[in-house]
Design a protein around this ligand. Structure first.
Ligand SMILES: Nc1ncnc2c1ncn2[C@@H]1O[C@H](COP(=O)(O)OP(=O)(O)O)[C@@H](O)[C@H]1O
Ligand SMILES: [Mg+2]
Length: 249
């Protein structure tokens, strides 16, 4: 079942058109990877899904993004939207505060004050990000004392804390070492049981390992969107094949 559908989605930065007629259906409880060369619009597309581009003044969006059938560009409260569609960025960006406070930050903004409820959210979110065992004895210590890989899982936990339906990830492992990268990758199978994950990756092997569906972007267009194994082993478009086989990058 599609939880997100984009309909003829165009996006312009001033006069530069960065997205061209994007029509993608993203299924619930799947991992969808967005691949393609640098500058082809992957991050821009990801940001259209929770209206993060609205923060950029010169941006103009046309077309629709339906979330559970409702256009998020109509009258949708952006704060409420970003609670339901969370985002994890390329570089781990924990707040300079304790592990505990990082996770309760969002829930507190949304009005949760009860200490017991907050404690539960912290435990559940850290478990959900496979970070509980490593942090349960140091919750009140600064998040900045964690390793890069732990920090990124903390950022995932922070996103989980507001109970989103969708998690957007923009190259979440590109700043991580191989061991931390595989920890984050291992999380995906668990995450998709409860959430829908849309992940930008420049690493094709990573898309192959974790994604159910893959969309290949080129110059602001989706060239091909299909089950990941079809994109890698039976691409229908010559441009997809050329990219997959490393003829350009
Ligand atoms: N904030 C911005 N202002 C103006 N142009 C931008 C901005 N962000 C991205 N672009 C342009 O949009 C295009 C797509 O960029 P981006 O979505 O970052 O691609 P990718 O994530 O695939 O590398 C590029 O031409 C880029 O220069
Ligand atoms: Mg990008």
């Amino acid at each position: 079942m599609a939880i997100i559908e984009t309909k003829d989605l165009d996006l312009y930065y001033g006069t530069n058109q960065a997205l061209k007629k994007i029509n993608l259906d993203i299924n619930k409880n799947e991992v969808t990877a967005l691949i393609g060369p640098s500058g082809c619009g992957k991050s821009t597309f990801l940001r259209t899904l929770n209206r993060m581009n609205d923060l950029i003044e010169i941006v103009k969006v046309e077309g629709k993004v339906l979330f559970e059938g409702k256009n998020i560009y109509d009258d949708y409260d952006e704060i409420a939207l970003r609670k339901r569609i969370g985002m994890v960025f390329q570089k781990p960006n924990p707040f300079p505060m304790s592990i505990y406070d990082n996770i309760t930050y969002g829930p507190k903004i949304h009005g949760i004050k009860d200490k017991k409820v907050l404690d539960e959210i912290v435990e559940k979110s850290l478990k959900g990000a496979a970070l509980w065992d490593e942090t349960k004895d140091r919750l009140k210590k600064s998040a900045l004392g964690l390793s890069g890989g732990q920090q990124q899982r903390l950022c995932i936990a922070r996103t989980l804390a507001t109970s989103p339906e969708i998690i957007l990830m923009d190259e979440p492992t590109s700043a991580l070492d191989p061991i931390s990268t595989s920890k984050v990758e291992e999380l995906m199978d668990e995450l998709k049981k409860k959430y829908t994950v849309i992940i930008v990756t420049h690493n094709m092997q990573q898309a192959g390992r974790i994604a159910d569906k893959t969309a290949f972007f080129l110059n602001g267009e989706v060239i091909e969107f299909d089950a990941t194994e079809n994109i890698f082993y039976k691409p229908r478009d010559k441009r997809t094949e050329d990219y997959i086989t490393g003829r350009f990058g």
